[in-house]
Write a protein that binds this ligand. Structure first.
Ligand SMILES: Cc1cc2nc3c(=O)[nH]c(=O)nc-3n(C[C@H](O)[C@H](O)[C@H](O)COP(=O)(O)OP(=O)(O)OC[C@H]3O[C@@H](n4cnc5c(N)ncnc54)[C@H](O)[C@@H]3O)c2cc1C
Length: 377
């Protein structure tokens, strides 16, 4: 994949054709859709195995798309597998996992804080055998060119906050669904899968059989989706961190300033040593969380802790690698500038750092308040 990265980065028709070619190779190698088990159409064999694979394929941002486990389709496939009816699986899950269609997850709204989704305004009102959906979303990643979205909408505004919303499957060609624009983020508009879209829902009518799971279960399902989704990101970031680290070490040995390689400067050595220690800590905490998830644990503290700590390490390691490269680090002659752009978003999507710190602290304090304390294991 790495030799094809520059061609894939162009995000044009030739890049789409290349993705199709590489996907065929991945399928031939029996590695396709490693995030879900064979009964969902994938080749998954558990979280830990997936962590090791992601560490490799995450070295390039295109790895997930080429292996058929790209966000947000991966998370959507997981919840369709867990909560979908037989009919929903037939119509949406299997073609999604096969890579024949794409999807999006439409929760965040511009008018209210995504960090506190109990404030969502999008409504789904029952009308006979249908839901009628009205609302305004943004950052619905991959909505351009997708076949369907899973929309989080309030079905009972009077219920207690975490029982107000439901998840509803909305085919993208339903009248009233309008992908208003792909929102450029840090100068990148994206194309199809790599877009982040503003989407309007106006009088969108879908059958009630498009409800995913129970009415009012939107947050419970979101938790099932976002928990594994967050650790999927971190697994890929491990690959990004290691790639930046390797570029930093290699270049520091090659480049000379003031009569010696950069690698002889203590500041650069400190960056390398700190990066090593931080990457290894992220790796081991990620593998620990993957072990716990495979053992049936929700691992909420572990997942939140690695989400915010790895997002910071990712940014720091890439930034040090850029600094070692001087001006070259800002050019497109190395992958670092693009990696830095993508890494910044990691501290915001799937919950900003501050919210994950809050989750970790609250859960640990609750354990102490109950007299149990916190046991590192
Ligand atoms: C690249 C990218 C892709 C995305 N893809 C999707 C997608 O596919 N589908 C989707 O629905 N959404 C998506 N999102 C949206 C994302 O989930 C939200 O941006 C995120 O939940 C934060 O919500 P917000 O942007 O409204 O920020 P707000 O909730 O308005 O928060 C703003 C800031 O307030 C601070 N803050 C918030 N809460 C606390 C707290 N408790 N303590 C201290 N400080 C706090 C934080 O610094 C935070 O960054 C994506 C976002 C990005 C950047």
């Amino acid at each position: 994949m790495l030799p094809n990265e520059a061609a894939l980065d162009r995000e044009d028709d030739a890049a789409d054709a290349l993705v199709a070619e590489l996907r065929a190779e991945v399928k031939g190698a029996g590695l396709w859709a490693p995030h879900v088990p064979p009964d969902a159409g994938g080749t998954g064999t558990g979280f830990l195995d997936y962590a090791y694979l992601n560490e490799q394929i995450g070295r390039t941002v295109w790895g997930q798309l080429v292996f058929g486990c790209q966000a947000p389709d991966a998370g959507n496939a997981e919840i369709l597998h867990l909560f979908g009816s037989d009919e929903q699986k037939e119509r949406w899950l299997f073609p999604l996992v096969a890579g024949d269609i794409r999807s999006f997850f439409s929760m965040t709204e511009p008018e209210v804080p995504g960090s506190d989704p109990t404030t969502l305004r999008t409504r789904a009102v029952r009308d006979g055998g249908d839901y009628v959906i009205d609302g305004h979303k943004w950052f619905s990643s991959g909505a351009e060119g997708a076949a369907f979205g899973i929309v989080m909408a309030v079905t009972d505004p009077d219920a207690e906050p975490h029982l107000r919303a439901s998840q509803i499957i909305v085919p993208a060609d339903t009248p009233g669904v309008e992908v208003v624009r792909a929102i450029p983020t840090m100068g990148h508009r994206g194309r199809n899968w790599s877009t982040h879209c503003e989407v309007l829902y106006t009088n969108v009518r879908v059958p009630r059989t498009n409800l995913l799971g129970d009415e009012g279960a939107g947050f419970r399902i979101a938790q099932k989706r976002l928990g594994p989704g967050r650790i999927h990101h971190v697994m890929r970031w491990l690959g990004q961190m290691q790639r930046a680290f390797e570029l930093m070490c290699t270049y520091s040995l090659e480049r000379e300033a003031f009569g010696e390689p950069l690698a002889h400067k203590q500041t650069v050595q400190n960056w390398i040593a700190d990066s090593y220690a931080e990457i290894q800590a992220c790796r081991l905490t990620t593998l620990d969380a993957a072990h716990k998830i495979d053992a049936g644990d929700e691992a909420r503290v572990e997942i939140s802790a690695i989400k915010f700590s790895a997002a910071r390490v990712l940014q720091d390691v890439i930034d040090r690698a850029i600094q070692v490269h001087g001006a070259r680090g800002l050019t497109d002659e190395t992958p670092l500038a693009r990696m830095a752009m993508q890494a910044r978003a990691g501290r915001i999507y799937d919950g900003p750092d501050e919210v994950h710190r809050q989750v970790v602290a609250r859960r640990i304090l609750k354990a102490f308040a109950s007299g149990d304390g916190w046991h590192f294991s």
